[in-house]
Design a binder for this molecule. Structure first.
Ligand SMILES: *Cc1c(COP(=O)(O)O)cnc(C)c1O
Length: 381
């Protein structure tokens, strides 16, 4: 019999049936009054939930498009930008910025550590930066940046647009756009929202919108705020065809989030992450991210001595659990396990049990049930 697949990579994450059903609906015209109403409600919910008094954009694309959209609408060639990088996805802004002809300064941490907020403050004082990018959770390291604390520092630098990559954080790590002083937050559907890949969500503060205006005409066409704004105000208008079924799927995800309660969802992620991380440490894995700033959305697990990465992950896949390999210098030395979105205790227990079976099969001496036991205890706390 074929084993069911549980996709536990850090995105895409498991998509529950009610969201799949929305993707399977008969597609309607983007001007269909029912769809227009649904799209409008979705946009309002996104603004409310993430407390943004500015604008929100929902456009077909992936997380990377959100990165490009943020930079395209707030900077111009020759501007200074500061990239705060805690890993692979932070670094992605470097090439993106250079291609646009920006002067990119970089503050990069060791993998697993963060750049101290004091250091960011010091750097921001050195010259005038048009924008600064921070990756809330860098998926390559499992490190969570202190975005609220950085936001407080940003108050002293009103000319610098504060861009936060929430692709592996939004809907699992607390994010309040206005309160945290974030100018641009963007994310994708396939991570903590538990929707299939396909949509980019981007929140922009009034300040970010003013910056866009100051830039005048920009070179980018599809991702221009000014092109999309009229559609976000009135989704019956046309600019480029919206991903109708994906909008419905995201709307169902928002319904699930509202039903759970966003704060309760954050709390669940904290609790699940602590339980998973304790269980995995019991099994002999080392968590790459320093304990003081570990993400709740995923764990990056360095292998104990003697485990072959390819073999281990192949066995896990055979047992039905898909995980991701390590990136950069950690390729072959680590695997990445997502634990975010619309997953439940059944999934968590199953994942730890499956990891135990795979460890057993690669010949690790271990007491079966040890990790599951720790997980159970933590989940019952
Ligand atoms: C996944 C991810 C991205 C890239 O998103 P895509 O949808 O793959 O383009 C960017 N930033 C972070 C933090 C991510 O986790």
């Amino acid at each position: 019999m074929k084993t069911r697949k549980l996709v536990m990579i850090p995105g895409p994450t498991p998509v529950v049936r009610s969201i799949q059903d929305q993707m399977g609906r008969e597609t309607v015209a983007f001007g269909d009054p029912e769809f227009v109403k649904d799209f409008k409600e979705l946009l309002e919910d996104l603004k409310d939930l993430f407390r943004c008094s500015g604008e929100v954009f929902v456009v077909a694309g992936s997380g990377t498009m959100g990165m490009e959209m943020a930079i395209a609408n707030t900077t111009k060639k020759g501007d200074n930008v500061l990239v705060v990088s805690h890993g692979f996805f932070g670094d992605r802004f470097i090439e993106l910025g250079k291609r646009k002809g920006l002067n990119v300064d970089i503050l990069a941490s060791e993998w697993g550590e963060i750049i101290p907020v004091e250091k960011i403050k010091e750097k921001l004082g050195e010259k005038k930066y048009a924008a600064m990018t921070v990756t809330h959770v860098d998926t390559s390291t499992g490190v969570c940046a202190p975005v609220a604390e950085i936001g407080r520092v940003m108050r002293d630098f009103p000319d610098t647009i504060y861009i936060v990559d929430g692709v592996c954080a939004t809907a699992a790590e607390p994010e309040y756009v206005d309160d945290m002083g974030i100018d641009i937050l963007f994310t994708g559907t396939q991570k903590a929202f538990g929707v299939a890949p396909g949509l980019t969500m981007l929140w922009a503060s009034q300040r970010a919108m003013e910056r866009r205006k100051e830039l005048g005409a920009i070179a980018e066409y599809f991702i221009d705020f000014e092109k999309w704004l009229p559609i976000m105000k009135d989704p019956s208008k046309y600019y480029a065809t919206p991903a109708v079924n994906m909008v419905w799927a995201l709307k169902e995800s928002i319904r699930i989030i509202k039903e759970e309660g966003l704060e309760d969802r954050y709390q669940r992620h904290r609790k699940d992450a602590a339980a998973m991380q304790a269980a995995l440490e019991t099994l002999g894995f080392k968590i790459l991210a320093n304990e003081s700033y570990r993400a709740v959305t995923l764990s990056n697990l360095v292998y104990p001595e003697g485990i072959d990465d390819a073999k281990f992950r192949a066995l896990l896949a055979e047992e039905g659990i898909m995980v991701a390999g390590g990136l950069g210098a950690y390729a072959g030395r680590m695997f990445r396990l997502g634990h975010m979105g619309n997953i439940d205790k059944h999934d968590l227990v199953s994942v730890i049990a499956t990891i135990e079976r795979a460890l057993y099969r690669v010949g690790m001496p271990l007491e079966l049930g040890k990790g599951v036991g720790v997980l159970q205890e933590m989940l019952l706390k």
